[in-house]
Ligand binder design. Sequence first.
Ligand SMILES: [Zn+2]
Length: 396
Amino acid sequence: MKVDETLKVTGLPEEGDEILNFLKTFRDYTQYIIDQVWNEENIPSVKTLHRRFYYELRSKGFRAHHVKQIYYHARSVVKAVKKSNGSKPVLRKLTARIDKYDYKLDLENQELIVKVLGGREDKIKLVAPKERFIKYKNWNNYELIIKYDGSRFWICIEFRREIKQHNARSVLAIDVNFDNVTILIKNNRRVVKVGRFSFPLRKALSHRIWIERIQKRYPKQWKYIKGIREAIRKHGRKIRNIINDSCHKIAEEITDIALKHRSLIVVENLKNLRINGKKNSKFSKKLSLWSYRKLLSYIEYECMEKGIPLVKVNPRKTSKLCPRCNGKLTSIKGRILRCSKCGFIGDRDVIACFNLISRCGVLGVTLNAPDQMQTQEGMKENKDEGMSLVIKCHKT
Ligand SMILES: [Zn+2]
């Protein structure tokens, strides 16, 4: 799997004029090509452009790969403008994409050497804290963009890293609820771990309640009184921070657990994300949707970083059907559900996890364990597994 990231920093060139002159010439010849091809019926291919303009551009001092980038740039501008039926574009911005053959990047010393016109080179100091560069030490970089915004040079370096995913030995299911996140790990034989993290939606909602109370007390004035407005904004920020912080922490912990157990992670597909509880207010629904998205996107990111395979499955009815016989579940007490057909009893969230796991099996995910994982078969041996499991609560 490939991961792309862009590092954007300011650059201080040793000779600003040299690089500025390059950017201007680059822009002017991109414009020149646009002018030449604008009235043609079809946008010429890169090959055609190469035949028509290569020697002319080379004679202006460009290197071979500069020329190639000019073709690409001119073509993409013409294509975009024609698509939106615009009139002939006039380029103003000073920006050039530089091919890997035309620069040398030294992350250690935060230096960039760029080949400019006439075979000359210019050294650019990259200005940013060292930590921002360290991260990319083992990444590849294959292209960068130099921009000038009228006062400063910007360097955008495009990094890429190849990530090897581990071979899964178990499956870790994540079930997100209003006030908790439940995880369950199962290998081809048994449940290895069940855990629960508290999810602070209730805490976040208390700030919302405060906001609503104030708005109710001053229904007309609150928008116009600075103090109230600011207080409301402060509570809004608190809501975001609470959710952000805990999503980050939970995602990190869960993926660490998955790494330790060499798990494949299975989560609900966001496209058909369900919201439990009909009695929840409109805002709490919005907030829970927003925070689930946040949490799942953090988990997705961490999986990518740590090389953990991730599968998304349709969460429909995961807490309504029996994981053993697919019979209908009914609530017997609080969050405890019972199957009306086979008598299976279990915690609602644990059941949801079981169902997520069996769905990822249906999707054809095989584990490289000696035997094929058979959730339903495995569960027959232990009738009340869903009930007898001890859920370990994590502090977040
Ligand atoms: Zn059943």
